[in-house]
Design a protein around this ligand. Sequence first.
Ligand code: SF4
Ligand SMILES: [Zn+2]
Length: 260
Amino acid sequence: MEVKILEKDNEKIKFIVEGINSALAGELRKIMMTQMPTLAIEWIDFAKNDSALWDEVIANRLGLIPLKYKMKFYNFKDKCKCKGKGCTHCQVSLKLKKKGPCTVYSGDLVPMDKKVRPVYDKIPIVELADGQELEFEAIAQLGLGKEHAKWQASIVGYRAVPNIIIGKGVNLKKYVERCPRNVFILKKGVLKVNKALECNLCLQCVELSNGKIKVETEETTYLFNVETASGLSPVEIVSKSIDVLSDKLKEFEKGLRKLK
Ligand code: SF4
Ligand SMILES: [Zn+2]
């Protein structure tokens, strides 16, 4: 298996994986979206809420705020040494106390662990009118996207890498213009493939050229687009997904051995 990173920033990563099949590509996507440990608010103790919104509505909004955290410092509550009672290794408290008139933002949450913080400070939670007060303590813990969307780590798309073959005598400008992804260019009157990875496999060029242009897919090479939707960086998501996949395979192997 070979991985080639094409683009990367704090929110997205684009890479090609060679030497896998569609089943493995699909499994990797599922793991990156739903089986990464992310931190989200799970419990809230409201001391005061004079706002126009019910506690439940505010709680729902708070749960969806993505939180940055250091992966190595937190355990799942049920796998922690505290045996699910809750301690500094499996949960973090975030407090808030505000008085209107003001808008309460995600950045107003005060985490007890300095390494934990909302990914964005300007997510609005609620508007407080003059004299209205909001005070609560929220508890965030690790979870997985397969349990609840608030723990979904990322949005992932993948597709097989296309192999575009231009047959003889196909030199027309119309293919350049018809392609919705600007894959082709004309160089000195000759049609060439310029950006094959942009191809979305719509097959318009194949139809228009009566098959003189062929678009085949490499069933062992896949292009992935990963965008974080949580406090984890795209690189953390990709590398952790490989660990999760290899743990799953080991577990599967163990299960098979027991059957023998
Ligand atoms: S299949 Fe569609 S996107 Fe791909 S090269 Fe042909 S026209 Fe362009
Ligand atoms: Zn604990």
